[in-house]
Design a protein around this ligand. Structure first.
Ligand SMILES: Nc1nc2c(ncn2[C@@H]2O[C@H](COP(=O)(O)OP(=O)(O)O)[C@@H](O)[C@H]2O)c(=O)[nH]1
Ligand SMILES: [Mg+2]
Length: 406
């Protein structure tokens, strides 16, 4: 073979190699190797964003303990008046790559498109639940077989339907649980549900605690806003808020919250309250104002924070307050009360919970609602960044209470 021929052959081989690489890329096959250790899938079927975020951290930690690939669920959102939940891909707001820095992970969409067909055939899918979940509707004369009924109700049905998933069987995993930090339960899961027999564990609800366990708080650092969200927040701070430092506040005060706060009297903790009271109430007990505050209390506390921050940073004084709320932003009251301090008060024009969260995360100081898991998301994110936060009505103002009791 002449050297000219050899070089021509090399060129042909190179071109063939390039074409096959491109074809592989188009099919997407090379990017999706199967994980022999199996997968963990779940429906974030409880609560709205804050609850789902707490569950995300716990489920991620659980997947890591079981060494299974974490299938990142979409966010389940509820639109006013809609009968069915809407499933919003995780990466609409957050970076998938950041989760992958902690543990192997794939989005639910990619899992269904590229993996499920190979290891989780239709007609053989099992849903996992702790114990029987009763069927919502039983026809007269129907023989009821105990099961997870994983698709019964909203958001259960719409969630799995989004990915055309039906379940043939149910698996009750009791007495196993998810406290992998304090027990050897992880090993028990691994030996009971081995990946060759159970390549996919699909949970009817999140395999995690609410509120998030103390040990999983730090996983918040793997939940990073995507560039679009981060840029929107920065853009708002730079272009809408006045130049200078600002306080971010979260006012949770809708009707559902008023009802939720009634549970205060029966419990030691409520929802995310461990974030201020400590997981063992080592930093206090529940009281009403922690859940729901008067506008006087809110204004008094903002003024106190302003004074403290201004005296600590005389060269970067507070110029504005950014208010996020599910219901009443108290804009007129707050604006009037802070006018004399030359502080303006702002809120987003449209309802945008995620942008609210991203902006609160960047404020110079954040005052949240200790009971709310929506506030808890902001608090965790700020803790990771080393930014300061506090809570309305915390610590309890005992001097004032005593005075009022007199
Ligand atoms: N836009 C906006 N929505 C909020 C705010 N606070 C609560 N919400 C809405 O109310 C829901 C509250 O549910 P969740 O996130 O579970 O938090 P929690 O109920 O306060 O523990 C949020 O997901 C939002 O949809 C807020 O400050 N701004
Ligand atoms: Mg909630």
């Amino acid at each position: 073979m002449t050297s000219q021929e050899t070089s021509r052959r090399m060129k042909v081989l190179l071109i063939l190699f390039c074409i096959s690489s491109i074809l592989l890329k188009i099919n997407g096959e090379e990017d999706y190797e199967l994980d022999p250790a199996g997968y963990l899938v779940y429906c974030p079927c409880m609560g709205r964003f804050g609850n789902q975020a707490d569950h995300l951290l716990g489920s991620l930690s659980f997947a890591k303990e079981l060494n299974r690939t974490f299938v990142i669920p979409p966010w389940v959102e509820y639109e006013k008046g809609a009968l069915k939940s809407k499933q919003v891909p995780y990466d609409t707001y957050f970076k998938v790559e950041s989760i992958q820095e902690y543990h192997k992970a794939i989005t639910m969409h990619d899992f269904m498109e590229n993996i499920a067909g190979k290891i989780w055939p239709e007609g053989q899918r099992t849903s996992f639940c702790y114990m029987e979940r009763k069927k919502l509707k039983v026809e007269p004369g129907e023989v009821v077989v105990p099961g997870c009924n994983a698709k019964d109700g909203n958001p259960f049905g719409p969630f799995w339907d989004t990915y055309n998933i039906d379940f043939k069987k149910s698996e009750f995993y009791a007495p196993l649980h998810f406290d992998v930090h304090n027990t050897i339960i992880g090993k028990k899961w691994q030996s009971k549900y081995q990946p060759h027999e159970w390549p996919v564990l699909a949970f009817a609800g999140a395999p995690a605690h609410f509120p998030v366990q103390l040990e999983n708080l730090e996983l918040q650092k793997y939940v990073q806003w995507n560039d679009e969200m981060a840029n929107k927040a920065k853009h708002y701070i730079k272009n809408v808020l006045p130049k200078g430092a600002f306080i971010g506040i979260h006012l949770r005060n809708g009707l559902d919250w008023v009802k939720a706060c009634e549970h205060i009297k029966d419990s030691k903790q409520l929802f995310s309250s461990p974030q201020c009271l400590g997981y063992n109430n080592e930093k206090g007990l529940l009281f009403r104002e922690l859940c729901f505050q008067t506008r006087e209390l809110i204004i008094r506390q903002i003024k106190r924070v302003v004074k403290k921050m201004n005296s600590n940073n005389p060269r970067n004084t507070i110029k504005s307050v950014f208010v996020a709320s599910d219901s009443n932003h108290l804009l007129p009251d707050l604006s009037q009360s802070l006018e004399r301090m030359k502080i303006t008060v702002h809120k987003l024009e449209e309802n945008n919970p995620h942008l609210d969260l991203a902006i609160l995360g960047l404020s110079n100081h954040f005052i949240g609602n200790c009971i709310s898991s929506f506030s808890a998301f902001v608090k965790r994110e700020r803790d990771i960044r080393g930014f300061p936060s506090s809570f309305f009505a915390y610590p309890k103002d005992t001097s004032r209470t005593k005075h009022e009791e007199l």
